[in-house]
Design a protein around this ligand. Structure first.
Ligand SMILES: [Cu+2]
Length: 174
């Protein structure tokens, strides 16, 4: 897609800045087509547990993102720009890694990572940990990318689907 040459260095892309507390109850993130999005991952500590965590294999569907920032502790800024102003050593905006899967871990306690991507494939996708026991425990969000250009379901398709029947027999599976 040639995105590496087009990644914004201007960290004012705050429209789609998400913290967990602003996520919808359904844990979805809605974006508009062509916009740039910063996803903030925050690893915290589990109470009464050692600080060390296993690595999390974070996979972003469908297109790759740029790992523009990684830092220790809790992310206490309100934007990538604000964090970069205070701690530029945590950011790599020139030729950042471009990945669809990235490792994040906190061997010495909490840590954070920012994945920046451009919405180029309208649709529903997952951003999730590839360790399935983590994913089923909630380490996943649904990216509703490009909601402004997704086609609408035709009125004629709004009814409940008819029972499906095997084309090779009479068995009804409803
Ligand atoms: Cu994990």
């Amino acid at each position: 897609m040639g995105l590496s040459s087009g990644i914004p260095h201007d960290l004012t892309y705050g429209t789609y800045w998400y913290h967990a507390h602003v996520l919808e109850p359904q844990v979805t993130i809605r974006t508009k087509n062509r916009n740039w999005v910063d996803l903030l991952l925050q690893l915290c500590e589990i109470r009464n547990s050692p600080a060390i965590q296993t690595r999390h294999v974070m996979h972003k569907q469908p297109n790759k993102g740029f790992i523009i920032g990684v830092g220790p502790g809790l992310f206490n800024w309100s934007s990538s720009e604000e964090a970069n102003t205070e701690h530029p050593e945590f950011f790599q905006l020139d030729n950042p890694l471009m990945r669809d899967t990235s490792l994040i871990n906190g061997p010495n306690g909490p840590t954070w990572m920012i994945v920046r991507y451009q919405v180029v494939y309208p649709g529903r996708f997952l951003f999730h940990c590839h360790i399935h026991t983590h994913m089923v425990n909630g380490m996943a969000v649904s990216l509703l990318d490009g909601i402004d250009v997704r086609p609408r379901v035709p009125e004629s398709e709004h009814q409940s689907p008819r029972p499906w029947t095997h084309s090779w027999g009479n068995a009804r599976l409803d």
